[in-house]
Design a protein around this ligand. Sequence first.
Ligand code: SF4
Length: 334
Amino acid sequence: MTPRRRLIPVFVPHLGCPHMCVFCDQRKITGKLRPAGPADVTRAVEEGLSRLEPGAPVTLAFYGGSFTAIPLPEQEALLRAARPYLSSGRITDIRLSTRPDAIDDTILALLKSYGVRTIELGVQSMDGEVLRLSGRGHTPEDAENAAKAVKAAGFELILQMMTGLPGDTPEKSLATAKKFVELAPSGVRIYPTVIVRDTPLYNMWRAGTYREHTVEDAVALCAELSEIFAAAGIPIVRLGLNPTDDLSGGGAVAGAYHPALGELVLSRRYLAREMELLSEADRGRDVVFAVSPGRISAAIGQKRANAEALRARYGVKTVKFTERPMPDVTVERI
Ligand code: SF4
């Protein structure tokens, strides 16, 4: 079996950001205080390689900023530090995240020459008003043009969206997801909005001009978004912020911060399928569902939330689950 692809992340918090998006404090989100320089790239790669299983494909990932908005000499210095590892095959590829308005053909050609394979675009929303209220400083058209240019230049494209931003609605998020499907990325990331202490969004929330996007809001909406991407065959490579000590230790003051958000969303998708298989006629009955191997805990829900919801809604006596070889995120009644 081929060993699993491994990622060596290098964080460049706020490097290159021409705007301060209202929700963002990359230092708290990434847990890193200062942007990486070329020596940090070398250190991170050496350290990462020493811990990884030999033979596994290794991706070097520049995250946490707007890579292609960094002054060109600094971009090149970071990429140059990775070059020997790429040439020797010790790392297999490079990915980076950036803003849609920091992409053009010259930049793309430069990234190609340094062996970058994947570009993640922080689009966040395809609604102009949401982008404006969030201080993003780019338009939906910038995002669409950048996504098309990235794909046309032969890169793998990952699109990032957020939910619950200022001015946002579930309908706008669903429309963003549908637009993403048209742009056909290789994967998407979904980041429900978290209110991070001392950001402009935190002040807006305290002043009552922004309403919190709760964990429950995010779970319900992301379950719907997941169905859209699943139907289009587009994998969700991340759902929810990675927990960091800073965020868990008080940096995340409100909003959709939960260390297992992806699991909660998966459980909600299972609950929808389980509900479709029950009716009022099941009151007082014992019910058994089959799910694919490894999915019983998602199907039951955290703290048996799904099983309890079914008992409350349909009055069933007991709900049990068993495993069977069957497609993921499907449920059969047996
Ligand atoms: S969200 Fe991205 S572009 Fe906005 S401030 Fe944060 S890192 Fe910069």
